[in-house]
Ligand binder design. Structure first.
Ligand SMILES: NC(=O)NCCC(=O)O
Ligand SMILES: [Zn+2]
Ligand SMILES: [Zn+2]
Length: 480
């Protein structure tokens, strides 16, 4: 099946050029000026549009069982919503219960994800430790194409990884050529502050950010970074939300450590005043962790993204509706944590990033797609409009505007944290595996068309990591 994208402007992370793009059987086979249209090819007129790599959201939680309920967005509805927003690949998370074998959890998530309509991949969480976990990590890397492992430093009495687990798992990641990632919040402190606030009579959503102040994230970010430094392993911090964590990443990078950071569209745009809204449901709908931060942190995050301290953008898409949020009516610590955004991320990033002059179009592509593809080692199969790449493409209309709203979005949730915001710049067409799956506001998706994408271990930074570690092996002092 051939698809010709005619007359557009190709925008990659490294260059912009006027070119046609020919896709055959799901791959890009030609990029160049005035390409002839093969007989029988479908033609899409990209005049006035930017032809960019489809977005990669490296942090989603479709149908996650969490805090006594299950996220409403599943792999079918969630990947469809992603396509409507120009995101053609997600990296979701397998999260085993403590003591559950990693392979068993992985198989469960693979079954759940079989209905996805766009390509997807998995990070696997390490929530506990013994030798069998290390063996399963090896199988996941070598047989299943998993090259990143997640560690929740928060959620005590549930999925929190203790320091012992972090040290063992990070070391195993180094041996296997995988990337350790962390949700950086000091779970012990969060637990303590939650109990203290409730004892003081603060039971509403306004207490949520007070139980997880930015120093709680800064401490955990520093701890994870220092553990990674001691072991000589690279590290990726998910949903970096505050100045304290940015400062730790900047310092580590300044000192030559390979540390990467992700920021969520929500953390860039919203502040913690949402939790003090008089409407309980509105405030609870914003409960996610780390929480939205006091005014000032957003600009720090934007500068860190612009300056390269943070490299990727994500959503942490994790949908809970009003009836689920109501589980925490009398105790904010029981409000299921999570907000949506997989459909909105690219539009918000374009509007606040490119339209404001914070990001060039090429930088936009880097932070919404290419950098994630590189860090998680699927580049240039993903994250690039180039010959040989997967034909996952978004045709972006910079002139069109769109109002983000729960009334019109495709996300399976009754709330939108960007409700009512009108953005300029949106996908006119989304192409997945060489097929038009979203055009002029209409989705044309096929249940199960999404493929599981294997991500090989030892991304190219590992060449340098291993060489560096080899030249820093301690040697015993020779004595008589
Ligand atoms: N972020 C959030 O509040 N929910 C999903 C789980 C996580 O990523 O921490
Ligand atoms: Zn998290
Ligand atoms: Zn998450």
């Amino acid at each position: 099946m051939a698809l010709m994208i005619k007359g557009g402007t190709v925008v990659n992370a490294d260059q912009t050029l006027k070119a046609d793009v020919l896709c055959v059987d799901g791959k890009i086979v030609q990029v160049g000026a005035d390409l002839p249209v093969p007989a029988g090819a479908e033609v899409v007129d990209a005049g006035g549009l930017y032809v960019m790599p489809g977005g990669i959201d490296p942090h989603t939680h479709m149908q996650l069982p969490f805090m006594g309920t299950v996220a409403t967005e599943d792999f079918y509805t969630g990947t469809a919503a992603g396509l409507a927003g120009g995101t053609t690949m997600i990296i979701d998370f397998v999260i085993p219960n403590p003591q559950q074998p990693l392979m068993e959890a992985y198989q469960t998530w693979r079954e759940w994800a079989a209905k996805a309509v766009s390509d997807y991949s998995f990070h696997v969480a390490v929530t506990w430790w013994d030798d069998s976990v290390g063996s399963d990590m090896e199988r996941l890397v070598k047989e299943e194409g998993v090259n990143s492992f997640k560690h929740f430093m928060a959620y005590k009495n549930a999925i929190m990884a203790e320091d012992e687990t972090l040290v063992n798992s990070f070391s195993r990641c180094l041996e296997l050529g995988a990337m350790p990632t962390v949700h950086a919040e000091n779970g012990e402190l969060v637990y303590h502050l939650q109990r203290k606030l409730i004892a003081m009579g603060l039971t509403g959503p306004e207490a949520h950010p007070l139980s997880r102040p930015s120093e709680v994230e800064g401490e955990a970010a520093n701890r994870a970074i220092r553990i990674a430094q001691s072991l000589g392993v690279p590290l990726y911090l998910v949903h970096v939300s505050c100045k304290e964590a940015v400062d730790e990443i900047a310092r580590a990078r300044h000192e030559g450590q390979r540390v990467y950071g992700e920021v969520l569209a929500g953390h860039l745009e919203l502040d913690d005043s949402v939790y003090r809204n008089k409407d309980w449901e509105f405030a609870a709908a914003h409960v996610m962790s780390p929480p939205f931060r006091p005014k000032g942190h957003q600009e720090v995050l934007w500068k860190a993204l612009q300056g390269g301290t943070l490299q990727t953008t994500a959503t942490d898409h994790c949908c809970f509706c009003a009836d689920q949020k109501a589980m925490g009516r009398n105790d904010f610590s029981r409000i299921p944590n999570g907000t949506a955004g997989v459909e909105d991320r690219m539009m918000v990033l374009w509007d606040s990033g490119v339209n404001s002059g914070r990001l060039t179009m090429n930088e936009f592509v880097a932070v919404t797609s290419t950098n994630a593809a590189k860090i998680f080692n699927v580049y240039p199969q993903k994250g690039s409009v180039s010959v040989g790449a997967d034909a996952d493409i978004v045709l972006w209309d910079p002139a069109a505007s769109h109002t983000l709203s729960a009334k019109t979005h495709h996300q399976n949730i009754d709330f939108n944290i960007f409700e009512g915001r009108t953005v300029q710049g949106k996908p006119a067409y989304t192409i997945s595996q060489g097929k038009v799956v979203f055009a002029n506001g209409e989705l044309k998706v096929e249940r199960g068309a999404g493929r599981y994408i294997k991500r090989p271990a030892f991304p190219n930074i590992y060449e340098a990591v291993e060489r560096y570690n080899r030249t820093h092996v301690p040697v015993p002092v020779e004595r008589d």
